[in-house]
Design a protein around this ligand. Structure first.
Ligand SMILES: Cc1cc2nc3c(=O)[nH]c(=O)nc-3n(C[C@H](O)[C@H](O)[C@H](O)COP(=O)(O)OP(=O)(O)OC[C@H]3O[C@@H](n4cnc5c(N)ncnc54)[C@H](O)[C@@H]3O)c2cc1C
Length: 393
């Protein structure tokens, strides 16, 4: 019988899993390598499939206070800014999928998740613990740390991100291939921008070889800009790697004045760029007592905005699976069996979406967006999934 669950990594996935497991009655110890909890200054989007879990953890109202609920998804041309297509988001998403769509600052979101986990167990997070590996036997699992310490539990969950030490031991290193795209990340205080700069929607500007996604954070006080560009100049695979402002300016030369204003307003020392790598889905991610969750199991490209949503779904399904079988091994198999197909589909669809945004000509982009029904079908399987009620078999 499972009593204590060890989790490696206190990112969005590890913290959510901790709260789901604590709420289900398990004891949890969450080991994080960093000396303090935190997240980078950028935006993150939460769709209904993840919001079901966050509502279950009583976080819905707290999220609503610090988030933005975008009115629509608006696609524009990169040069004239002409609107090509628009999908309703605010009311429509909740009506169709049973929970709201939100955009948040990652640091605010991470803080809410950490606070909730600590409400459920004040000392659940153990900082300054770098996981190096684990041993398992018939009675349990021992987690090893870089400084020689160890911890013992019944189950281990590796939620230690894309460079996971737990994954390395279970499934080997994930082969990563550079996609040809880098992503710029910028946030700007709205007070630095002209009045009524962009409407409160998710604005996507599409051009040959690049696209930009802009949306508001912190109840509209901050503008988030992500600019994806095709380039042979590979940068670091790190969300905190700074890159020269002059390169940003050059990457968006000739783009609409909205984009020029953003580029000209941003603090030159706060421009970040990282390269995007594709990691193919894996066939199996569990042993008899250890499993993976979030990016360590299924790192994805950001083109569907689902990496963190999947990590959140994982935690809820794992907590349910642990209560449904006689042995830990069967529970981990049940969890994996019910997650691997969906997560692999999202990883592949995200990769395919790159082509949706990066077309060769404006004619190709217009032709693609003329087919609105196709988008609606994709959204249904993605957003209507409820990890709390989906049948596990
Ligand atoms: C540009 C971009 C935009 C995105 N936008 C969205 C979006 O809008 N919506 C969405 O759902 N997803 C989005 N994602 C994806 C999302 O950010 C990730 O999928 C998510 O953060 C993964 O969470 P995680 O907890 O699995 O991993 P991480 O957030 O990487 O957390 C892993 C944690 O483990 C710790 N750790 C690592 N190694 C060790 C070790 N050896 N020992 C102990 N601790 C360790 C780390 O310090 C960290 O705290 C986006 C990603 C990118 C790149």
């Amino acid at each position: 019988m499972v009593q204590k669950v060890l989790i490696a990594g206190a990112g969005i996935g590890g913290l959510t899993a901790a709260s789901c497991l604590l709420k289900a009655g398990y004891d949890v110890e969450l080991y994080e390598q960093a000396p303090a909890l935190g997240e980078v200054g950028a935006g993150i989007q939460m769709s209904a499939n993840a919001m079901h879990v966050l509502n279950h953890l009583d976080l819905g109202e707290r999220i609503a206070k610090v988030a933005v609920r975008p009115g629509a998804y608006v696609f524009r041309t990169f040069d004239t800014g002409e609107e090509i297509s628009r999908f309703s988001l605010a009311e429509e998403h909740e009506k169709l999928h049973g929970a709201p769509y939100y955009q948040l600052h990652r640091a605010d979101f991470h803080e809410l998740l950490a606070a909730r986990a600590r409400e459920l167990k004040p000392d659940v997070v153990r900082l300054n613990h770098t996981v190096t590996g684990f041993d398992e036997d018939g009675d349990g699992v021992t987690l090893h740390f870089a400084d020689g310490r160890s911890a013992r539990g019944d189950v281990l969950v590796g939620a230690d991100g894309v460079k996971s030490a737990v994954r390395r031991q279970i499934a080997g290193d994930a082969p990563a291939t550079y996609t040809g795209d880098c992503a710029w990340r910028i946030t700007l205080p709205v007070e630095d921008l002209p009045k009524d700069f962009l409407p409160p929607v998710m604005s996507v500007f599409m051009g040959p070889g690049a696209h930009v996604v802009c949306y508001y954070l912190r109840a509209g006080k901050l503008l988030n800009f992500v600019g994806l560009v095709e380039t042979d100049e590979v940068s670091e695979e790190s969300w905190t790697a700074k890159f020269p402002w002059e390169k940003l300016k050059a990457d968006f030369e000739g783009w609409h004045e909205t984009i020029q204003t953003i580029v000209d307003t941003v603090d030159h020392d706060k421009c970040f760029r990282w390269s995007l790598h594709y990691r193919p889905p894996i066939e199996s991610w569990s042993t008899a007592r250890a499993t993976l969750l979030g990016d360590s199991a299924h790192a994805t490209l950001p083109y569907l905005a689902q990496g963190a949503c999947m990590a959140i779904e994982d935690g809820a399904v794992l907590a349910r699976a642990l209560g449904m079988t006689d042995t830990v091994e069967d529970a981990l198999q049940l969890y994996e069996r019910n997650r691997i197909g969906r997560t692999a589909r999202i990883v592949r669809q995200s990769d395919a979406n790159r082509v949706l945004f990066h077309m060769e000509s404006m004619e190709a982009i217009r032709a693609r967006f003329a087919n609105v029904d196709e988008g609606a079908d994709r959204n249904t399987w993605l957003y209507s999934y409820n990890p709390l009620t989906v049948e596990l078999s």
